[in-house]
Design a protein around this ligand. Structure first.
Ligand code: SAM
Length: 413
């Protein structure tokens, strides 16, 4: 048996004995659209197709679906056909239980390694693969296989481990290896107790602030005792995508990667970073923030014809429609009089990514309804100003909202 086969077997064994994430029984909040899953096309369609009319009937592949992700996507979008693959029989069984419980006719399951996804002999509008590719013995082969089943104008929603934000996790992994910690109940419970006592300034604490994986046995095994994983800094990520014939279209949450948002925007380096090419900006921000434990992003084929993004500097920008980004809210309590509100994306893990609003910006924001163009928003806002100056003011405001993950931009419908 080759080394590659052994590593893949160990990965499958881990997820066979400890399906990830911990199984869920109740998907009502997903069905009722009170909660979403990252990348769900029901909520983020225009992130993938900014110039297309919303449509339900997507072909969606969830590669490495785990226990519930595919069922959540299927329940949120009954008009889509969701195909889920995984190598773990027990994870697929958890998904099957949800499929039966909620009568998800639009969900089909296959026990299949994603490296062999071509055997389905189908192509997909959207390929979702989160937390999977970095566990493959050959992530490049896995990514190429996914690229091979993506429609030319389709999109991928991917999440892989980040390099620098995981420094503390690598320390705990090394600690576990030195002590011979095993993936059994006794060792996991001891490790859980130790993880709970980590001092606040331990580098792994960034991980506990961003999820609960260090506080339950399933998450702990996945994070600290995994038999096979790699991670990516931004330049490696771009290189990896390019080699597979893919382009990086955008980050799922892009504000943390931009010098125009949050605390980096107030530093003497903001303007300097902004002169760099976009991938260099992202690389700089990854180093500056230091806390990106994962990279979640949209990738598209490098021969895609459909536009991947909206350019607010292109002609006709007044006809762009800002659409609310799921998870955003306006805080209005306890603010100084010159601040009319503070926008916050509740999914942001960085507390500095707030957008304070002037009175005029709040008027523009309040005139948004998800269907109005920027020109219509200006007209409905009631802001009294020189029309040319107001148009420029509005353009910069919506650019900032898009950078800050407060809106997605769409056009052409
Ligand atoms: C960390 S879990 C992520 C589950 C799910 N994507 C989510 O985000 O909730 C990784 C999943 O990938 C699956 N997996 C690992 N290697 C795989 C492969 N080669 N092909 C398909 N699935 C794989 C595992 O069985 C496991 O269910």
């Amino acid at each position: 048996m080759s080394t590659t086969t052994t590593a893949a077997d160990h990965v499958r064994e881990l997820y066979e004995s400890r399906p990830y994430p911990s199984p869920e029984r109740d998907l009502d909040v997903y069905r009722d659209l009170q909660r979403t899953v990252d990348g769900s096309p029901r909520f983020f369609f225009h992130m993938y197709w900014p110039t297309a009319a919303y449509r339900e009937d997507l072909e969606v592949l969830v590669a490495g679906c785990g226990t519930s992700q595919a069922a959540k996507l299927a329940i949120q979008q009954p008009g889509a056909r969701v195909t889920a693959i995984d190598v773990s029989t027990s994870s697929l069984q958890c998904t099957e239980t949800l499929r039966e419980r909620y009568a998800l006719e639009n969900l089909e399951l296959h026990e299949l390694p994603l490296e062999r996804v071509g055997e389905l002999d189908r192509t997909f509008d959207l390929v979702v693969s989160t937390g999977v590719l970095h566990h493959l013995p050959d992530p490049a082969a896995g990514l190429s296989a996914l690229r091979g089943v993506l429609d030319r104008d389709g999109a991928m929603f991917l999440m892989v481990y980040g390099r620098h934000g995981r420094a503390g996790i690598r320390m705990l992994q090394e600690y576990g290896r030195r002590l011979g910690i095993r993936c059994d109940d006794a060792d996991l419970s001891g490790l859980l107790a130790v993880a709970a006592e980590l001092p606040d300034d331990h580098p792994a604490r960034v991980f506990t602030a961003r999820g609960n994986d260090l506080s339950n046995p399933t998450g702990l095994a996945d994070a600290l005792l995994h038999p096979q994983e790699c991670d990516y800094d931004v330049p490696e990520l771009f290189e990896w995508l390019g080699s597979a014939g893919l382009d990086h279209a955008r980050w799922f949450h892009q504000a943390p990667y931009l010098p125009f948002c949050g605390w980096p925007s107030t530093t003497p380096h903001a303007a300097r970073i902004a002169t760099l090419p976009a991938p260099e900006q992202y690389a700089a921000l990854e180093l500056l923030r230091g806390t990106m434990i994962t990279h979640a992003f949209v990738a598209t084929r490098d021969d895609r014809v459909a536009p991947r993004a909206i350019d607010l500097d292109a002609e006709g920008w007044e006809s762009v429609v800002p659409v609310f980004f799921n998870g955003c809210r306006v805080d209005q309590e306890g603010l100084p009089p010159e601040i009319a509100g503070v926008l916050r994306n509740t999914a942001h893990l960085e507390p500095d990514l707030l957008v304070p609003l002037t009175v005029e910006q709040a008027m523009l924001y309040n005139a948004m309804d998800g269907t109005r163009t920027i020109a219509e928003i200006i007209a409905a806002s009631g802001v009294d100003a020189d029309p040319v100056a107001l148009a420029q003011f509005a353009r910069e405001f919506f650019r900032q909202l898009a950078w800050s993950d407060q809106v997605m931009l769409r056009r052409g419908m």
